[in-house]
Design a protein around this ligand. Structure first.
Ligand code: HEM
Length: 423
């Protein structure tokens, strides 16, 4: 049998806890062709160039093996139309603009910042529930519930439905993992989950149409851009996208963040004392320990020359964001975790037209959560280093992060009941 390529070793679950030495290996050849025809791109400037290149598509129908159409689910309801993360311009831009209207600037600039006090209350409540425990799991007890509560609150998903939607989100995230079947099989699985999720969201949209609230689904139902409002089908796939994209990614930013802080007690200690450290610290985490390691779903629409290689039209790309973030050609001393870094245009949220839509929310959640954990967990210690990891090489992180602590310090509390929105 042929020896496994460096990329195949990256995909191997055994590499999950520390794939960074393999990324350094990959960067020696910035653009590599794999046996299956995938081009693996691992250096910062080359990744960025491709993310900004209009000849690169995120639409799965651009893959030659799908022949221009999406697979139809074998059973269950029909899938939703592709969400805008999987659409190219001009449809991508139209849908993203409509989705942004009720979410952020320029139409609703205060929504995310207005959530800060409410997010602080949710964080405080979750940390209060550690009282009396000497061992907690940062994933189960904190990092998982917080983003789910937040995104459900924004969209207007009732609390009692959250476990159902978490199940769908997990299934959709598994469908981007290139180690779980062929591209076509994964698209088929995705379509099936999307069908179920679409039915659920359709019922929710009906309820919001009857009784509109201050939530995003109500906003999407009424917002009108230059091309008119979003169709019901696009509204459902946009809502599904936001539910899923804002879920495991943020869980992993908080979990990887705590892991990194516990490995760097000097920084943890500074975070307790220096509120000004929070913003650059979260940016450095997005560079050093990003939740999204690979963008595996792009296809070239033409022959493209990059780093002395011509990538032929119709080739799948694997853009190694986490390798680009540690590229010494872009970041001095890249393997050092340095929250005082000033030049930090990391790829943690991607780049170009698909730059993360939810970045302001993800940043706010991490900026609220990490200093509170740092301040209130007294004498926290990692139980296992490395902790056990989820197998997904694309986006993921620790499955559990057990931490021993002496006690929980009291909260500095100001009680609020609902997220304020100040448009
Ligand atoms: C730490 C948390 C997060 C990380 C690391 C992250 C990372 C990313 C990355 C790397 C992309 C680019 C994907 C690509 O180019 O194919 C992306 C896109 C996206 N993210 Fe996030 N994300 C996070 C949180 C969120 C949240 C909270 C939401 C929803 C509120 C969200 C919604 C989206 C959407 C809708 C896109 C697609 C944008 C487009 O196609 O124009 N993300 N995210």
């Amino acid at each position: 049998m042929a020896e496994a390529s460096v990329y195949e070793r990256v995909l191997d679950p055994a590499s999950r806890a520390n794939p960074f030495p393999l990324y350094a290996e990959l960067r020696k050849t910035p653009v590599r062709r794999e046996a299956d025809g995938t081009y693996v791109v691992s250096t910062y400037h080359e990744i960025t160039a491709l993310l900004h290149d209009p000849r690169v598509s995120t639409d799965p129908r651009s893959r030659p093996e799908l022949g221009g159409a999406l697979p139809v689910p074998e059973d269950g309801p029909p899938g939703l139309p592709l969400p805008f993360i999987n659409r190219d311009p001009p449809v991508h831009d139209q849908l993203r603009e409509l989705a942004m209207r009720p979410f952020g600037p320029p139409c609703t600039p205060g929504r995310i910042d207005g959530m800060r006090p409410w997010l602080t209350d949710i964080t405080t409540g979750l940390i209060d529930s550690f009282a009396g425990k000497h061992r907690i799991d940062i994933v189960e007890d904190f990092a998982y519930p917080l983003p789910v509560i937040a995104i459900c609150q924004i969209l207007g998903v009732p609390r009692e439905d959250q476990p159902r939607f978490s199940h769908w989100a997990d299934a959709l995230i598994a469908a981007v993992d290139p180690t779980t079947g062929t591209f076509e099989e994964r698209q088929r699985r995705r379509e099936r989950v999307n069908g179920d999720l679409g039915q659920y969201l359709n019922g929710l949209a009906d309820a919001h149409a009857r009784q509109p609230g201050d939530d995003l689904i109500s906003g999407l139902l009424t917002e009108t851009g230059p091309q008119g409002p979003m169709s019901r089908e696009d509204l459902l796939s946009t809502s599904a996208l936001l539910l899923v994209a804002g879920h495991e990614t943020t869980v992993n930013l908080i979990t990887r963040g705590m892991l990194t802080l516990l490995r760097h007690p000097d920084v943890l200690d500074r975070l307790r004392r220096e509120p000004g450290l929070t913003t650059p610290l979260v940016e450095e985490l997005l560079r050093y320990e990003p939740p999204v390691h690979i963008l595996p779903n792009r296809t070239t629409l033409a022959d493209i020359d990059v780093a002395d290689t011509t990538i032929p039209e119709g080739s799948p790309l694997a853009l190694m964001l986490a390798a680009g973030n540690r590229d010494p050609g872009r970041f001095p001393d890249p393997d050092r975790f340095d929250p005082d870094r000033t030049d930090n245009a990391h790829l943690g949220f991607g780049s170009g037209i698909h730059y993360c839509f939810g970045a302001p929310l993800a940043r706010t959640e991490a900026q609220v959560a990490l200093p509170e954990l740092a301040r209130r967990l007294v004498n926290p210690r990692l139980v296992a280093d490395p902790p056990p990891y989820r197998p997904n090489p694309v986006l993921g992180g620790p499955r559990h992060l057990l931490v021993d602590l002496e006690t929980v310090a009291p909260a500095e509390r100001a009680v609020r009941t609902s997220p304020g929105v100040s448009p």
